[in-house]
Design a protein around this ligand. Sequence first.
Ligand code: OOG
Ligand code: MG
Length: 260
Amino acid sequence: MTEWSIDRAVTELLDRETARRDGGRITTEWPELDLATAYEVQDALVRRKVGAGENVVGVKLGLTSRAKQERMGIDSPLTAWLTDAMVLPAGEPVPLGELIHPRVEPEIVFVLGERLRGPGVTAATALAAVRSVHAGFEVIDSRYRDFSFALPDVVADNASSARFVVGAKGLAPSALDLGLEACLLGVDGKVVASATGAAVQGHPAEALALAANALGRRGVALEPGWIVLTGGLTDAVFVERGQEVTADFTSLGSLSVTGR
Ligand code: OOG
Ligand code: MG
């Protein structure tokens, strides 16, 4: 077996994605994979996707709520890339045949109107750069067995990204109180979890600032028009064939996805 390297990790993760196969943690075989190297894997993985024709359309945050941190056993937020190939138009089913073991989580989504470049970005300056706020879903699909990973594993795996939905309704950030914006997550008509925007780092704008500052340290700015997923408000739910997952927000409207 060849030695582990950034390139080999990228190939392994992309092979798993293409073959719809999960596997063991990379850190088990490559314990030297630290956080900085894991972000290099993530960047190289997205460069390969871009080389194959995908376009970067924004960023996602992960593990920004207690619900997510406790479930995954990791208490530090992370960032990852969104590409146009991950867009799931609202109303479209979750394509189960294209995925390994997808889970769905409700998120508050920002579309940026202005460039944001850290460090030094605060929640207030972050929110001022937002053009519109939307309800969203993320469909996560870890390339690790049972969604079991250490922080560097999940960072390398582009934070389990697979698909995302952005609700059509967009509000100006000044039109609602995002900390108090509530979300009820339902499965087949039954509420299984609930949260308000404050679940995400105290306020979703704090998550946006965190992303701008973390990426700023790596020399990257968030660009106008970019989509930012601020992180699951609640724990994610598995979606099975014929099952409908709904997210009802106070002001941002309702979204639903069905597994097919
Ligand atoms: C990691 C990705 C976390 C979120 O919103 O917290 C994430 C995972 O849970 O597999 O996307
Ligand atoms: Mg997410």
